[in-house]
Design a protein around this ligand. Structure first.
Ligand SMILES: C[S@@+](CC[C@H](N)C(=O)[O-])C[C@H]1O[C@@H](n2cnc3c(N)ncnc32)[C@H](O)[C@@H]1O
Length: 359
């Protein structure tokens, strides 16, 4: 069992984005305080996770785009005995203070990781009952109301384990940091799950009720075949769907949908709307500029949009696109909240929520 003197953080991410995830976490930490005397993270490509060592800096989960989950890593056990994995894991947990609001056994979101699900399902009750006997696990499996840290037992494979805790106020509230969505039978495209997830991840229940109300209006740029529009109309929101392509299924002739075959970069609404949603495949800088224009002109109050990622220098490209929006809104004197995340249903892209706030 190896215990490190620096604070180690374990971050889950979409496989293939480990470099971006680590780069972003280190950069955020450097903005707090210079990082002294630690090694660069050893990144395993396509593993779906990274471990990052810091001194006193504390990453902010909400401000990280590529991290699906943020866990304070306490122990790494590299060689678990096949016959008795429980004893060394319990011994490591025994060194941690206090009790836990939830126990989450997790594995990487990779094909190999998925093969571990039977193993983690079998192992969970063993560990759970041992921790309950010791009075270290409270009876709130979803940890919904608890302020207690969650205990994460992460198996990169069957013979090694990373043991850490997450702060419910500085982490994702779902196992593996993944908020899966069901594909609604009526929706015309799988993209609908991206917007459904964005709404769940970016807005709490009260914001959803306040910001997505029947009778509101929206513009959907790059709307076809209609998955995002469908999320809006199912909430009773009237949508102007802009796309040269056809709207499909129930949206082809929906009373709440007006379909305009126009260029989304040239379209201007006759009247301001509540929402702008945008899923056009374009350079992040071009989409960011368009979003800036909409907010500066007062054409919308809230937006959810996708930024498609370039092959290289993704963190830099995002910095520049999101930084451009911040600068412009600041210049315009607009108060706002902006959150960006690579969601579970995002591939080579990220999703951004931008909303005007009161002064
Ligand atoms: C990823 S798809 C959108 C999928 C849609 N959000 C859904 O849920 O079904 C991108 C769409 O953007 C449209 N598009 C790309 N450039 C556009 C432009 N300049 N103006 C309007 N639509 C555009 C494409 O025709 C395509 O239908």
């Amino acid at each position: 069992m190896k215990k490190s003197t620096n604070t180690n953080w374990l971050l889950y991410c979409r496989p293939g984005f480990e470099q971006d995830c680590a780069q972003e976490a280190l950069r955020q930490a450097m903005q707090q305080k210079p990082i002294i005397g630690i090694e660069q993270p050893a990144i395993v490509a396509d593993s779906g996770y990274v471990a990052v060592a810091l001194n006193e800096q504390k990453p902010s989960y909400r401000e990280l785009i590529f991290a699906r989950q943020l866990i304070r890593l306490h122990h790494t056990i590299a060689a678990l005995p096949e016959r008795d994995r429980l004893t060394p894991i319990l011994a490591a947990i025994a060194t941690l203070p206090g009790s836990f609001g939830a126990l989450w056994l997790e594995a990487p979101d990779t094909n190999d990781g998925k093969l571990l699900s039977t193993f983690t399902r079998r192992f969970q009750p063993l560990l759970e009952s041992a921790l309950r006997e010791q009075g270290r696990l409270q009876d709130d499996p979803q940890n919904t109301h608890s302020k207690l840290p969650r205990l994460h037992i992460f198996f990169p494979d069957k013979s090694s384990v990373l043991i850490g805790t997450s702060d419910p106020h500085n982490s994702a509230a779902t196992i593996m940091g993944i908020m899966r969505q069901l594909m609604p039978a009526e929706a015309p495209s799988r993209s609908t799950m991206k917007l459904a997830e964005a709404i769940e991840v970016f807005m709490d229940r009260s914001e959803q009720t306040r910001l997505l109300r029947q009778g509101m209006t929206a513009v959907d740029l790059g709307a076809a075949p209609g998955g995002w529009t469908w999320q809006m109309v199912k909430r009773g929101i009237r949508v102007t769907a802009v796309d040269n392509g056809p709207m499909k299924g129930v949206l082809a002739k929906h009373p709440l949908v007006e379909h305009l075959k126009q260029d989304g970069f040239k379209y201007a609404p006759r009247k301001a709307v509540d929402w702008l949603v945008c899923d056009m495949v374009e350079k992040p800088s071009k989409v960011a500029k368009l979003i800036e224009e909409w907010f500066a002109a007062g054409w919308c109050k809230h937006a959810i949009f996708n930024l498609k990622l370039p092959m290289k220098q993704r963190v830099v490209a995002l910095d520049s696109a999101l930084g451009g929006i911040r600068t412009r809104l600041d210049e315009e004197g607009i108060n706002y909240k902006m959150i960006a995340k690579q969601l579970y249903h995002d591939r080579e892209e990220i999703t951004v929520f931008l909303t005007k706030t009161k002064k």
